[in-house]
Design a binder for this molecule. Structure first.
Ligand SMILES: [Zn+2]
Length: 275
């Protein structure tokens, strides 16, 4: 967090897109200082920032000049969590692979090639006053604080999930290690009842019991879980990926409740205007 960094060497990962069901290969390469993280697809260079975000309930998309890349949140979360500010991400299809449904395969690949320090750049900016976005009973808020802290709450009408809260306050010096252990392994999740509905809408064609936790009204269909509150931790993983579109974080307590990718994105845009 205290330095601008890139990865030490390129790496390639491939897999299936969650929504498209298509096989995709992704090459992540080092990029120069101050270049940020950007996607290369279809001849378009798409920056990972709030100016091109168009998030839905289910995933985050970056779209520029009619070209979009989709489901970017887990890779962006992994890069930010591992302290990678500058990287070039080349795709041969327009959706990132879902892999195991978490950010862990990305984190493992980043750790394997290593990190290069490029220069100074503390990305924790002071926040003068709180910022909140809300929709119904969902909200995301940032409250000025001395240290960075995240809290996420979710509530689902199934006993398998129910109400969950998770709070994470990593020491900045320990941010990447803590992210890799506490956040990155948490997998995406869904309710079995929702799957048919989403498939009918042309979504989650690549979804399977290998890349998402699935529950019915009472229990998990494909245990074991990696954490008791794995769904709530995954929501925080998504929020970190979506907020990383800012390129920095506020020195604040960031509190989210029942939020979705579009509320995360709306919050990132609201923060970008204040910082
Ligand atoms: Zn996710």
């Amino acid at each position: 967090m205290l330095y601008q960094q890139t990865i030490s060497a390129p790496f390639l990962l491939s897999g299936i897109g969650l929504h498209s069901g298509e096989q995709v290969s992704v090459t992540v390469s080092p990029a120069p200082i101050d270049s940020g993280r950007y996607f290369m697809y279809g001849g378009e260079k798409i920056p990972a920032d709030t100016t091109v975000v168009s998030a839905s309930q289910l995933s985050t998309e970056l779209r520029q000049n009619g070209t979009g890349v989709r489901t970017v949140e887990h890779l962006l979360s992994a890069l930010f969590g591992m302290g990678v500010h500058n990287a070039c991400i080349e795709l041969d299809r327009p959706e990132l692979p879902i892999l195991d449904g978490s950010a862990l395969p990305w984190v493992v690949a980043i750790a394997k090639v290593g990190i290069d320090i490029q220069g100074e750049g503390d990305r924790l900016l002071p926040l003068a006053e709180s910022v909140t976005v809300r929709k119904g009973d969902s909200f995301v808020t940032a409250i000025p604080a001395d240290t960075l802290r995240f809290t996420y709450g979710i509530e689902y009408p199934t006993k398998a999930i129910g109400e969950q809260w998770f709070s994470w306050s990593p020491a900045i010096a320990n941010f990447s290690k803590s992210f890799a252990e506490e956040i990155a392994p948490a997998r995406t999740f869904t309710l079995a009842a929702y799957i048919e509905q989403a498939r009918a809408a042309g979504l989650i064609k690549g979804g399977s019991l290998e890349n998402a936790l699935v529950c019915d009204q009472e229990r998990w269909i494909n245990p074991p879980l990696r954490f008791d509150n794995e769904p709530c931790r995954h929501k925080l993983l998504d929020l970190i990926g979506d907020l990383s579109l800012l390129g920095f974080l506020p020195r604040a307590h960031i509190l989210a409740y029942k939020a979705s990718h579009n509320l995360h994105a709306e919050f990132a845009i609201a923060l970008a205007q204040r910082l």
